[in-house]
Design a protein around this ligand. Sequence first.
Ligand code: C5P
Length: 308
Amino acid sequence: MSSVHELAHAKINLYLHVTGRRDDGYHLLDSLAVFAGAADELRLSRGAGLGGHVDLHIEGTFSPGLRDDSADNLIVRAGALLREHLGAEAARHLPDVRIVLRKELPVASGIGGGSADAAAALRLLLRAWNLSIPRDALMALATRLGADVPVCLDQLSARMEGIGEELSPAPTLPPCGMILVNCGQSVSTPQVFRTRAPVFTPRASLPARWDTLADMVRDLSEQTNDLQDAACAICPEIATVLATLRNAPGCRLARMSGSGATCYALFDSPAAAQAAGATISQPDWWVWAGDLCRSGARLATAADSLHA
Ligand code: C5P
């Protein structure tokens, strides 16, 4: 088998409401997730033996600090979960694979990089092992890897509810541009959930479509990221990033994504986002500018990355 590859795109939460809490400690959410052109890349080739082992190698801008022999890596765990799903007898006949991850998204940064990698690994392994798993079963496996993994399987904008695994169509999005900025500090998701004020926000009321960016920004301005204040308390530089984005020329809305620390800003067009992104020059910050993929649209490539 020659090598096959997949892009694992950044997931951005345009808003995130914490609507409740389950008995097991997981939080109920209402969030609008969209995908940007920024991405990690996974390349899979066939190994020498049988048994379905995943040999992971990590390279790229954000590879330092990540261990490629870690059984905790979500890519390795995706392989283990598929083998478990198939059963030991069937797994014995699966070819071993080698996956090279080119890590270009900041780690533990609120844009779902690890979840996107896990989802991309599932897509690659299904092809490599010639497996067909019903969608409901695949979504259940994805949820076991992480609450953000199901939405990353399709990489299409979606409303996320439940703990993130209940997906429904997002409003149709208008053309616009986006900047992503990460200040270089990773933030622990469980710590952010623990730190937030113990209040719940109702689910948002959303239209079926937004024809213009002004319409979308008007509605999004009424929503919040309920994890933003807690993340800023843990990592005060997030507030500096948000202030910088709000001051960037042409910024229509700036907010943190997920549990942070990455923040996004919306602009009239990808060109406007790139022009504004070029004015942000803090040396330790990761800055990306480009397209916000529209609902159902083919995703842009990672090639429109501004600078890392
Ligand atoms: O599912 P995932 O591994 O991404 O979640 C990491 C941690 O974030 C969970 O262990 C939990 O503490 C917290 N979390 C939560 N509610 C969610 C998603 C995550 O409390 N809906």
